[in-house]
Write a protein that binds this ligand. Structure first.
Ligand code: GLA
Length: 744
């Protein structure tokens, strides 16, 4: 049951949803808003004792002489800067006179069904029947500033979506130099934390450390989340693991510079905070103006990391992702990037389509190199008109050829970029992000277009729209291949240059919104040099994101495990590519590459006309597996059974139907362990008393005993979940198998 209440006698707010409670209290005659509790559901309304306001140093109304001691230990729901809470503040506002001390106290609240969107930003959504929202308005009377805190909850989901709006009513212009989306003060419970780190071709690896005293955090100053860091953190009890223990996850619905931190204080409290990174942020707020932060999603799980992941998957699948393909199986695609790089022409592409269509592949995606003078990656970004030297007859003809073979056509764009060697740059050098008078740093020989400018985004969009209208293009891969540097916009005045990064991201969002509005059936896949912009913000516009340029089956195990910690498998762009792998040079069986990619959106990234006959023959079978299992993978519950990144030998995960009627288990034996005969795994999410049959992917029984050949064996859910099954160890490395667990 979803319930949000303001308890007048207790001066507290209580949010109850699914299995969780979230409690805040108003303290002192001044009305400080404190955080009392977030966690497993509690029955009592009065949880104010958890804020410890009756222990020394008391509240200012009882002990004015030690006001600072109160400030420095009170669990503020949205801590301010400069008045004596010396921990990290959520908000910092410079007045016209340069002061930056603020104090926010309670003024009013509002509770309503449904949820409003955030102006210009992606956010979770819900309707009046399944979503409730609490708004709490805090004010700084002296400074004339309001902060409105938003809390939305969704029926059946153990999560709270939060964001904040800052309103200037001071009569003067002020500058916002920090505005966190959410802050959460808790007692330290010997917490560990998990963050995700990486690099190009090695994104989102899991990193578990202790929460230490002082500030620890992750942030990006690249203008996008980047390959290196991720706007996600979870706190977990020391003994918590995959399936047990209490875990708090926080993820930011944002695609720009972010900062997520923990601060462990002298009193052994922990402050967890997330929002836009303040380093390069300074927002001018004229009198009457307001600023809305991105949204943060807070998840609580009493069932370890797995419970947290499943909640994130549910909220993102049901209340974030939108559009035509949200609940649909996506077409199996073949992308020509690793097949041809820039060396292609219409004939080559049609040959690939011809061969692919016969194998059951459903869409050809034409990647980089189809436009302008783009014969290599040194030129032509921004010139979004077809290169007929490469594509005789243009995209229309190509689409017709591809469609004639029963396939769809998809196309790559990198809308935010401009090459110094492009017609666009020659016509509009000032459209590139740069600091006047300073030689800009290039990356992949390209610059970034100033997406804070509407004339720039309008122009780029007009070209994209024209291309999409010129042929039957049913998919777009929106790429972004360099971080932002040398920040400067010809159109932003000096005092507002600190708004650049956030305005840039809003420019990207606006254009993607236009794209999906004008082309409602278009399948949009976001990408950034692989997975540098795999974040919840992008999922609001497109239902899937390219996970990584690394398609090696082994590397993908760690990348996909880290990604699936937060994001549903339906969102993870995963393809089978050729070997030796182009990112790491490793050779793995074609079958294993297929099994790993089947846990994502699925497709191919190779020249199907040139791979071995043996591999090619496996494609129709993989296509059939995709059609057989994708509903389960896309909509089911995800359980991590074994982790190669932890045990260095064996990886295993399961997608199980919400009703427990069937499951797909994927096992990858990465490194053969000498003299190990089999591994025991326990399954999850099945019905205790139902009877199940275990099947291999060819439909034969996955036999567990040395019993009679051909005898069908049935197991109860309780046996599979408590006693488990044996997975025979393989001969050699990189071998994998699928097990279909089907209710009899
Ligand atoms: C990025 C993408 C690749 C490919 C290339 C094209 O690296 O991640 O998949 O599209 O750009 O230049």
């Amino acid at each position: 049951m979803t319930d949000i209440r303001y308890l007048e006698d207790l001066k507290s707010f209580k949010i109850d949803v699914a299995h969780i409670s979230y409690v805040m209290g108003i303290v002192d005659k001044e009305g400080f808003l404190g955080h009392a509790y977030f966690g497993k559901h509690i029955a009592d309304d009065d949880a104010s004792y958890l804020m410890r306001v009756f222990e020394p140093p008391f509240t200012p109304e009882k002990n004015e002489r030690d006001r600072l001691s109160f400030y420095d230990c009170f669990p503020f729901e949205y801590p301010t800067h400069g008045i004596g809470d010396f921990r990290e503040s959520a908000v910092r506002i410079e007045t016209g006179s340069g002061n930056y001390a603020n104090s926010l106290t309670f003024r009013s609240h509002r509770i309503y069904d449904g949820k409003e969107g955030i102006q210009g930003l992606p956010a979770t959504w819900g309707n009046a029947a399944d979503t409730k929202t609490l708004e709490i308005t805090l004010e700084d009377k002296e400074a004339g500033i309001e902060a409105i805190l938003y809390y939305s909850v969704f029926e059946g989901i153990d999560a709270v979506a939060r964001h904040t709006k800052i309103v200037n009513k001071s009569g003067k212009t002020v500058y916002l130099t920090k505005a966190a989306s959410a802050s959460l003060d808790m007692d330290n419970r010997d917490f560990d934390k998990i963050t995700l780190f990486g690099s190009w071709a090695r994104e989102r690896h899991i990193n578990r450390t202790a929460v230490n005293y002082g500030i620890q955090g992750m942030c990006s100053r690249r203008g996008e989340p980047g390959h290196q860091e991720h706007a996600f953190t979870c706190l977990m009890e020391k003994n918590a693991g995959q399936n047990n223990g209490e875990v708090y996850g926080i993820d930011l619905v944002y695609s720009g510079n972010f900062r997520t931190l923990t601060e462990r204080s002298q009193f052994d409290q922990v402050r967890l905070m997330t929002g836009i990174d303040p380093e390069d942020f300074r927002w001018e707020l004229k009198d009457g103006a307001s600023f809305e932060t991105p949204e943060a999603v807070l998840v609580f799980s009493a069932e370890g990391l797995g419970g947290m992941s499943r909640t994130f998957h549910d909220i993102y699948r049901e209340h974030l992702i939108r559009g035509y393909y949200r609940d649909k199986k996506r077409p199996i695609l073949i992308n020509n990037w690793e097949a041809t790089y820039f060396d292609f022409n219409a004939e080559k592409l049609v040959n690939i389509a011809d061969c692919a269509s016969k194998l059951g592949i459903e869409m050809l995606v034409l990647d980089d190199g189809w436009f302008g003078n783009r014969f290599d990656d040194n030129r032509a970004l921004g010139d979004w008109y077809v290169n007929e030297k490469k594509l005789e007859g243009g995209l229309k003809k190509l689409a017709e050829e591809v469609n004639r073979r029963g396939m769809k056509l998809g196309l790559w764009f990198e809308p935010e970029m401009i090459s110094p060697d492009s017609d666009l740059y020659r016509a509009h050098p000032d459209w590139a992000v740069h600091v006047q008078g300073r030689r800009p740093g290039l990356a992949r020989n390209q610059m970034v277009l100033d997406f804070t400018r509407e004339d720039v985004t309008d122009y780029v969009y007009s070209l994209i729209k024209k291309v999409l209208q010129s042929a039957n293009i049913e998919y777009v891969k929106w790429d972004m291949n360099r971080p932002l540097s040398d920040i400067g916009s010809a159109c932003l005045p000096a005092e507002r240059m600190g708004e650049f990064h956030h305005r840039y991201v809003m420019g990207v969002y606006k254009l993607q919104e236009r794209l999906v509005t004008d082309f409602p059936k278009l399948l949009l896949e976001n990408c950034s040099g692989g997975g540098a912009r795999f974040d919840a913000g992008m999922l609001y516009y497109g239902p899937q994101i390219w996970c990584s340029d690394d398609t090696d089956a082994v590397e993908r195990l760690e990348i996909q495990e880290g990604t699936a910690l937060i994001y549903p498998l339906s969102a993870m762009g995963a393809h089978v590519s050729d070997c030796p792998n182009h990112a790491v040079g490793r050779t793995t069986p074609f079958e294993t590459r297929g099994h790993v990619a089947l846990s994502g959106t699925f497709g191919y990234e190779l020249d199907v006309t040139r791979i071995s006959e043996e591999d090619r023959k496996l494609i129709p079978h993989q296509v059939e597996l995709y059609h057989r299992f994708n509903d389960l993978v896309r909509t089911g519950d995800y359980y991590r059974i074994a982790s190669f990144s932890e045990n260095h030998a064996f990886d295993c995960w399961e997608s199980v139907a919400k009703d427990g009627s069937e499951a797909l288990v994927t096992c990858v034996n990465v490194r053969k362990t000498a003299n190990v005969k089999s591994r025991r795994i326990k399954l999850f999410g099945l019905q205790e008393n139902a009877s199940y049959r275990l099947l291999n992917e060819d439909g034969s029984d996955f036999v567990q005993t040395m019993g009679e050949e051909g005898k069908t064996l049935y197991f109860h859910g309780s046996t599979l979940m408590n006693a488990g099954i044996n997975i025979p160890d393989t001969w050699g490395d990189f071998r994998s198998r699928l097990i279909h667990v089907k209710q009899a």
